[in-house]
Design a protein around this ligand. Sequence first.
Ligand code: CMP
Length: 222
Amino acid sequence: LKNVPLFQDMTDYELDAIAPLFVERKFRKNTVLFFEGDLGEEFFIIETGLVKIYRIDHAKEIILSLFDRGDFFGEMSLIQKGLTRSATAETLEATTMYSLSRQAFYQFLERSPKLSLRLLEMTMDRLRKANEQIYDLTFLDVRTRTIKVLCRLAEEHGIAQSDSLLINMKLTHQQLANMAGTVRESVTKVLQELQEEQIIGIEKKLISIKNMDALKTKTAPE
Ligand code: CMP
C-alpha cells in the first residue's frame, strides 16, 4: 500500500491501521467487475494488472480511462449517495486488487482529512483529463486524437528503454480507437504512418515511442 499514490501523504502508522480493512481479490482477464448503473458497494485499488473503465452504446464503446498498478477506482458511486456506477469496469489482464467495502471506505475518509484531500486532488486530476478529452473530441481531427492517445499512454504508463518509451500494455487497434473516439481502420492507418516515419515501433503488439518530441509536434496546431 505504501506505493499507492493515494496514500503518499500517510505515515506508516496510519497505513498499518487501515491495511487490515482491505480484502485482496483476484480476477481473470476480461472479467466485468461491475456494470454502469449497478449499485456501488466496493472501492478498488489495483495491486497488479489492468482495468478498463468504459461506457457502451449499442456496439460502440468509449474508453474513459485505463488503470493499472497503484490506481484506484469505484469511489464516485460510494461518495455520491443514491447514485449508481457511472461506468463499467473490466479487467484487460489477470488483475489483483485490494478492495474496501462502502462502510470501510467511509470510516477511512472520516478518520483522515489528509486522505480525503488527497482523494480530492487526484479526482481533480481526472477532471482535468476529462476536460482535455472533451476538448479533443470536440475540436481535434481523428489523426491528432489518435496521436494524443499515444502521448497520454506513454506519459502515464510508459517505461523508459534505452532509446524509447515502451507502452507496456497489449492494446488492440480497436481499443486504441475506443480511446480516441474513432474506428479501428483510422488507428491502423495512423500507426502505420508513424512507424514508417520511425516515430514509433511496434513489436509483439507492444508500441514504443522512439521519438517523443516528433510525436508531440504532431499534436500541436498547425
Ligand atoms: P464509480 O462511478 O463508482 O464506478 C465507475 C468508476 O470509474 C468511477 O466510480 C470512477 O472511479 C471511474 N471513472 C468514471 N469516469 C471516469 C473518468 N472520466 N476518468 C477516470 N475515471 C473515471
